[in-house]
Design a protein around this ligand. Structure first.
Ligand SMILES: Cc1cc2nc3c(=O)[nH]c(=O)nc-3n(C[C@H](O)[C@H](O)[C@H](O)COP(=O)(O)O)c2cc1C
Ligand SMILES: Nc1ncnc2c1ncn2[C@@H]1O[C@H](COP(=O)(O)OP(=O)(O)O)[C@@H](O)[C@H]1O
Length: 311
């Protein structure tokens, strides 16, 4: 998959393209319906398969929200889309100038100039200054065809990034994983902490989670991947209130059956289930006793189940 940053410069692509367009934070099963339509149309018409996304939230660029928090980092989006076999990922450098483009100017500069012959978008897609462009604006263009994907439902309700954030705030990882159609992950570099982990016999790899929107504070059963090797782990997200509380929550994993130095390595944390809330313990001995119990839960979770006898 070729990654093409669109920053207003001319791009020299001459092949006809079918592209999905949207922000695609989370790449949930609703988003995947758009990706599947891109594949279907491209195979039928012989177009190149593409997806167009943006490097920043429009509301952040316009100063209407102070912090950027994403369900998926750009790296996550790139690697997930790579697996889908797309030919191009267009990343629009979203600036105040791009936000100020009229829907017609956006179409001319970003779609027609790229030889997009078919656009795939969600039923509620809006774009251009004042969000004035919608699916009908796209459908009115002669230069390309448009597939509008209806809302994808889960348990009778529309799947959206907002709903997914709410599910994460509840720590409902099982539902999160169903909405994503894959395991929910956070990844980043392993950074230094306060070295308390080693001192209490439970070293923890602290992840630099940057702009991720995190699940609620608590203890989770996870798997981690370092250099492609997977391990069971227990993850804590929170302020470590048993000690002097941190001023920013940490995301840290005690990796089972592992002993090695992984500072500055890239680690993927794959979430399975919340086991309890983080809490202050009266002593470090009480915390340690709880950590042994948490570890046991992780082992039980991943223990191969006895096969059910055939009935
Ligand atoms: C599975 C797990 C559960 C944890 N639960 C709690 C908790 O309930 N309360 C708490 O104060 N700290 C909890 N911690 C955090 C420890 O206090 C923390 O790992 C320790 O301070 C090490 O931090 P360091 O990486 O900065 O050395 C937990 C850590 C792990 C790995
Ligand atoms: N089983 C393990 N789980 C997590 N990290 C481990 C483990 N064994 C060794 N380490 C290493 O130890 C570091 C964590 O030790 P810790 O004392 O908690 O230090 P810090 O406070 O800097 O995170 C990790 O970043 C990793 O490099």
């Amino acid at each position: 998959m070729e990654i093409v940053y669109l920053d207003g410069q001319k791009v020299n692509i001459v092949e006809p393209i079918c592209s999905a367009i949207g922000f695609f934070d989370g790449l949930h099963i609703g988003h995947m319906a758009l990706v599947n339509e891109v594949k279907r149309v491209s195979e039928q018409k012989g177009y190149k398969k593409a997806l167009m996304t943006f490097d920043h939230y429009p509301l952040y660029v316009l100063g209407k929200i102070k912090e950027e928090k994403y369900l998926t980092s750009m790296n996550d989006r790139i690697s997930l889309l790579e697996k889908e076999g797309l030919d191009y990922l267009f990343i629009v450098k979203f600036t105040k100038e791009v936000a100020a483009l009229s829907p017609e100017d956006f179409i001319n500069q970003y779609l027609i100039d790229l030889h997009v012959k078919h656009i795939v978008c969600g039923f509620d897609f809006r774009f251009g200054k004042y969000n004035a462009g919608n699916t009908m604006t796209l459908q009115a263009c002669q230069q390309f065809n448009v597939s509008v994907i209806p809302e994808v439902l889960y348990k009778g309700e529309k799947i959206s990034s907002t709903r997914i954030r709410h599910v994460l705030e509840q720590g409902n990882i099982e539902e999160m994983n169903e909405l994503l159609g894959r395991k929910y992950c956070v990844s980043g570099e392993v950074i230094k902490g306060r070295r308390i982990g080693h001192a209490i016999g439970f070293p923890t790899a602290n992840v630099d989670y940057q702009s991720y929107f995190l699940p609620c504070h608590g203890v989770y059963i996870v798997k981690v991947y370092v250099h492609g090797q997977g391990y069971m782990g227990m993850c804590n997200i929170g302020y470590n209130p048993t000690f002097t509380a941190l001023d920013k929550p940490s995301l840290e994993v005690n990796i089972l059956d592992f002993d090695g130095d992984i500072y500055h390595q890239y680690m993927i944390v794959e979430f399975y289930c919340l086991i309890r809330k983080e809490k202050p313990f009266a002593s470090k001995e009480e915390l340690i006793a709880q950590l042994y119990e948490d570890k046991q839960k992780v082992r039980e979770y991943f223990k191969p189940q006895d096969k059910c006898p055939m009935v």
